[in-house]
Design a protein around this ligand. Structure first.
Ligand SMILES: Nc1nc2c(ncn2[C@@H]2O[C@H](COP(=O)(O)OP(=O)(O)OP(=O)(O)O)[C@@H](O)[C@H]2O)c(=O)[nH]1
Ligand SMILES: [Zn+2]
Length: 190
């Protein structure tokens, strides 16, 4: 049996468990649709952030803060496999090299398209940029909604979770950190 068929059989078991008729017309293609959706939503496991970052590094004398903010992403929590929907705000201070701007959201998606907890998602994005871009500092802030806290469980639909990871100058220099915080503060959920 192929891995694809195994996955689809598992979806059929879930459908049966919740009381559905897997043979009714609307559900015939659902197992393969779910498989394809999961292959896309979890495609980050097959991607290497190093390759994405290192192919778009450009020499620059600029050494001021670069901020890419309001990067929307979709992830899934590792506890319930329910959506985490949020925005990432990322800043770095170049150290001889700048990165192609589109690569920053691409790095976010590499880690978002895996099963996650928000704290680790924040750390992994920050560490990948720190390791492969080698800036003077990097900061990542994530503001996200967790569907496992909204659709089920505590059912709190107004709460969002904010996490951050700081490296280099963002950690050691209060002025740099404060500048980052003031730039992203206006983007946080009200
Ligand atoms: N720290 C952290 N916790 C998360 C994240 N996503 C979900 N959780 C929490 O993980 C915890 C799992 O707790 P459990 O008690 O094992 O699971 P549960 O019985 O489904 O808990 P409830 O959600 O309280 O009903 C819950 O408190 C979730 O809110 C995340 O990104 N970071
Ligand atoms: Zn969860």
């Amino acid at each position: 049996m192929t891995k694809e068929i195994e996955f689809e059989n598992a979806v059929k078991k879930i459908l049966t468990h919740i009381g559905e008729d897997i043979n009714r017309e609307g559900l015939i293609d659902t197992p393969s649709r779910v498989r394809k959706a999961f292959e896309f939503m979890c495609s980050g496991y097959k991607q290497d952030p190093k390759e994405i970052i290192e192919k778009a590094l450009f020499t620059s004398t600029n050494d001021e803060m670069v901020v890419v903010k309001d990067i929307e992403f979709y992830s899934q929590c590792e506890h319930h496999m329910l959506p985490i929907i949020g925005k990432a705000h990322i800043a770095y201070i170049p150290n001889g090299k700048v990165i192609g701007l589109s690569k920053i959201p691409r790095v976010v998606d590499v880690f978002a398209r895996r099963l996650q907890i928000q704290e680790q998602l924040t750390e992994q994005i920050c560490d990948a940029l720190n390791e492969h871009l080698k800036p003077k500092g990097v900061a990542v802030m994530i503001d996200a909604r967790h569907m496992c806290m909204e659709m089920r469980g505590v059912e709190k639909i107004c709460s969002t979770t904010v996490t951050s990871a700081l490296r280099g100058l963002f950690k050691t220099n209060k002025t740099t950190k404060d500048e980052f915080l003031s730039i992203v503060a206006q983007s946080l959920h009200k």
